[in-house]
Design a protein around this ligand. Structure first.
Ligand SMILES: NC(=O)C1=CN([C@@H]2O[C@H](COP(=O)(O)OP(=O)(O)OC[C@H]3O[C@@H](n4cnc5c(N)ncnc54)[C@H](O)[C@@H]3O)[C@@H](O)[C@H]2O)[C@H](O)CC1
Ligand SMILES: [K+]
Length: 489
């Protein structure tokens, strides 16, 4: 997993009720167990940084003492600069252990000049883990040299300090560990980095449940990038919504407004001519592009393909209707539009098999069970596991991300799968699916890949529905839901 995946899993676990102190406790205890499996009680030196990695070291020190080890802990930072509450708490615990009765030495080394070689039989690198940024600064940098010069067994906590947890690259120098004890899952950088740094890898379970990764949670919002402080118009995404028909003028408008709630700078509805004054009248925030006729048809395709070039993502299908000519246009547009695309509602029923695989850009399809059947010819089974398998198969066959909407949304792409359980029975009201499609388009336009855009949109849309339900019970409309979307961000 990437460092970001780890941050998300951690935050989702916390939202599930598992305190960060428990995760750190499990990490430190796991680390001490690995050490005790390799060495009889002896002298251990722990070099600790001011982040969570150092915190794991503080916890391990406590367990090692209980096992009969002699422990010295060097904190390479001002204790006032310890980053997290859980690391601070564990630092305080070390202060309260009686140095007279326990073979423990704790020292603060703010300056590399005070670092000396260690003769300990085990040397622990608890300097930096997944929170490392940029080149190693002092005194951490010198501490890496001291660890590498030591003769004892070198144990790295989570990552050898100096190895980038995402890329596995070593810029200047890194700890050359004999063993790396990593938590929950192997970080991608460990798999890429040379074995001379990583040594042998031991994965330690710290009690993060499967659900913290399988289900979306508030931690997933950490996947969003920061908005550029000097943003100019258009930089945060432009979405084109193609939809609308005689019966359905609200659907494309809801999708376009949801895209604005999702943070894009520009959201345009392209709709049949006779609808455009109606859609314009809904909101001054919407830009409306008139097409030729009373329904989408092949006469419009060339114009739409050209228009789409100005956008970052396209949402196709909301309220588009079921005219035969519309189906012809939809089949062309899916293949010819060279942008990430969300395909929703009626458009899904019109696609011939194998049309989507001819696209080169990310595609997300957002069917409910009925549309899923019309698109794939398969009825989603009741059993969740079986349903997950089926969604995965359809995602593979259609070379797209499939977001099957339901009480539990299932989102699949290649071998990846996510479940989303935000939302409530009030969301069976018409239009909430259009909001979801528009939101997904917004996230695609902002650079998220199809899979991530889809599961984030499902989470956010459901959360917005849950806020609406808090206010109105289940008697809310899609317009009510819309107004809550920005709050979730
Ligand atoms: N993710 C989990 O579920 C758990 C993680 N644990 C451990 O915590 C670390 C991640 O903690 P974090 O505080 O985010 O990061 P670091 O410990 O790596 O420290 C960041 C800290 O270090 C300083 N710093 C950053 N870059 C540099 C640099 N180039 N030179 C010098 N100093 C640097 C800066 O002050 C940062 O704030 C994870 O790896 C696990 O070991 C848990 O305890 C268990 C749960
Ligand atoms: K480390």
């Amino acid at each position: 997993m990437t460092p970001k995946d780890m941050m998300v899993a951690d935050a989702n676990a916390e939202a599930m009720g598992i305190p960060r102190t428990s995760l750190m406790e499990n990490a430190g205890r796991g680390l001490s167990q690995v050490i005790s499996q390799h060495k009889e009680p002896c002298k251990v030196t722990i070099y600790a940084g001011n982040g969570g990695n150092g915190g794991d070291g503080f916890v391990a020190a406590r367990y090692l003492l209980n096992m009969g080890f002699e422990v010295e802990v060097y904190l390479l930072s001002d204790p006032a600069l310890i980053k997290s509450r859980e690391a601070s708490l564990n630092w305080e615990v070390l202060q309260s252990i009686n140095k007279g009765t326990s073979p423990l030495k704790v020292e603060v080394l703010k300056d590399s000049a005070y670092l000396h070689p260690t003769s300990a039989e085990v040397v622990v690198d608890a300097l930096l883990g997944t929170g490392v940024r940029g080149n190693l600064r002092e005194p951490v940098s010198t501490a890496v040299d001291v660890i590498n010069q030591a003769r004892g067994l070198k144990v790295a906590v989570d990552m050898p300090t100096g190895v980038d947890p995402g890329s596995g690259m070593v810029d200047d120098k890194a700890v050359r560990a004999d063993i790396t004890v990593t938590f929950h899952k192997v970080k991608v950088g460990l798999n890429i980095a040379s074995v001379e740094y990583v040594g042998s890898i031991e994965v330690c379970d710290i009690g993060i449940p499967l659900e913290a990764e399988l289900f979306t949670g508030p931690g997933d919002l950490l996947r969003r990038g920061r908005r550029d402080e000097k943003s100019h118009k258009g930089q945060n995404g432009k979405v084109l919504v193609i939809g609308g028909s005689k019966e359905y003028s609200g659907a494309p408008a809801l999708a376009a407004l949801a895209a604005l709630g999702g943070g894009v700078d520009i959201s345009v509805v392209a709709c049949p001519q006779e609808l455009s004054p109606i859609i314009r009248s809904y909101s001054p925030d919407l830009i409306v592009h008139s097409l030729s006729n009373e329904f989408l048809n092949p006469k419009d395709t060339e114009e739409l393909i050209k228009l789409s070039e100005k956008f970052d993502a396209v949402v196709l299908g909301c309220g588009i209707g079921m005219e035969e000519e519309t189906a012809l246009a939809v089949n062309d547009l899916v293949v010819e539009i060279g942008k990430p695309m969300v395909i929703d509602a009626d458009a899904l029923k019109m696609l011939g098999p194998g049309v989507i695989p001819r696209r080169i850009h990310d595609t997300v399809i957002t069917p409910h069970a009925g549309e899923f059947y019309e698109f794939s010819g398969r009825t989603p089974p009741q059993d969740l596991q079986d349903k997950m398998e089926m969604v995965k198969e359809v995602a593979l066959e259609s070379e797209s991300t499939v977001l099957l909407k339901g009480a539990v949304d299932i989102i699949a792409h290649t071998d990846r799968i996510k479940l989303n359980r935000t939302g409530n029975p009030g969301m069976s009201v018409g239009g909430t699916g259009d909001c979801l499609a528009g939101l997904t388009g917004a996230l695609l336009a902002q650079g998220h890949g199809g899979f991530e855009a889809a599961f984030l949109a499902a989470y956010i849309n459901g959360m917005a529905g849950d806020l609406a339900a808090e206010e109105y019970g289940y008697n809310f409309s899609a317009t009510d839901l819309l107004s809550y979307i920005p709050r979730i961000f």
